[in-house]
Design a protein around this ligand. Structure first.
Ligand code: CP
Length: 346
């Protein structure tokens, strides 16, 4: 793997397996039971030129929990890019200030262009409709953990990806990542015009996966192990597309869908944010107290996975747990009000 994390294309199966081992070892720190200062003295530059809650804050939290500190900038308005500064200049300047960089930018390929101007490790936190590799890694980490709990295996599993598969960068990265693993069944369900790019389908098929495409959720999905829903990315639509588009309630992943079309062991995932406004027909809040809803276990898993990414990129993956200390405060026993017992912190 290169010194940057820009695309799933740079990842090997061995690298991902090792990263997941490191993430497992990070869990006592992510769960607020242990403390490490292994990145003490290091500074992260968190550069977000597009809206984010999870990616920006979880990278910040992950770096802080490793003992480092963080400089943040958000939006173009308060950045010198608003004065016409190039990605090259910005990259070179920031690299003199910090030891690792996470960047999100609305333009496809922009994070790679930024990374080409620096030797400081750069992580792609999302480049327009392109990729979001750390999200794919935490998604697969979550699937593995959920399957372990349910006594299932990844080879031969049936995954259903639905929603905006054209502009949803998380599903692009996830489908590429799954191509490193043994054959599975992958069903892609999207409204017309929002289908998965054909080159990504070809790649999954060439890796041995059985891929089928549909334009409706109104079918029998009782053998599906994972439903991965995504938000419709209207901010990436042309004006013409926005005017002609509304998502039918038939695409809503809700309790009725899981009860009637899926099974008691189907898990529901979503990279979030989900659009909870009336009529959006995104992943429904009526699943909030249903243990099949894995979305908050998924976001919680973002911390150990992102800590593992930093530890790997910055050369401390083998040493970070040599001098762990107990926390000196009282962490919560359970995080969310609807969390099921099996994710309570011990
Ligand atoms: N999943 C994700 O990228 O969320 P944010 O846009 O909030 O970072």
């Amino acid at each position: 793997m290169s010194a940057h994390l820009l695309s799933v294309d740079s990842l090997s199966r061995d690298y991902v397996d090792h990263l997941f081992d490191v993430a497992r070892r990070m869990e006592p720190i992510a769960q607020r039971r242990k403390i490490t200062r292994v990145l003490e003295g290091a500074v992260l530059g968190n550069l977000f030129f597009e809206a984010s809650t999870r990616t920006r804050m979880s990278f910040h939290s992950a770096f802080s929990r490793l003992g480092g500190s963080v400089c943040d900038t958000t939006g173009f308005t308060f950045s010198s890019m608003a004065k016409g500064e190039s990605l090259y200049d910005t990259s070179r300047v920031i690299s003199g200030y910090v030891d690792a960089i996470v960047m999100r930018h609305p333009d496809l390929g922009s994070v790679a262009e930024f990374a080409a101007a620096t030797h400081v490790p750069v992580i792609n936190g999302g480049d327009g409709p392109g990729e979001h590799p750390s999200q794919a890694l935490l998604d697969l980490y979550t699937i593995n953990k959920e399957f372990e709990r349910l006594g299932k295996a990844l080879p031969g599993a049936h995954l259903l990806l639905t929603g905006d598969l054209r502009y949803g960068r998380t599903v692009h990265s996830l489908l590429k990542l799954l191509s490193l693993y043994p054959p599975m069944q992958i069903t892609l369900v999207s409204p017309p015009g929002l289908e998965m790019p054909s080159e990504l389908i070809d790649r999954a098929e060439n890796a041995g996966h059985r891929v089928s495409q549909r334009d409706t959720l109104q079918a029998d999905y009782s053998d599906v192990d994972v439903v991965y829903a995504t938000r419709i990315q209207k901010e990436r639509f042309t004006q013409e597309m926005v005017e002609g588009f509304s998502l039918s309630s038939d695409f809503s992943v809700d309790r009725a869908f899981l009860d009637q079309r899926c099974s008691t062991h189907t898990i529901a995932m979503h990279p979030l944010p989900r659009d909870s406004r009336p009529g959006a027909n995104d992943l429904d809040v009526d699943l909030n107290d249903d243990p099949r809803l894995a979305i908050f276990r998924q976001t919680d898993n973002g911390i150990p996975v992102r800590m593992a990414i930093f530890a790997t990129l910055m050369g401390v993956a083998d040493t970070f747990d040599r001098d762990l200390r107990d926390v000196g405060w009282q962490p919560p026993h359970r995080i969310g009000v609807d969390d099921a017992d099996f994710i309570a912190l011990k």
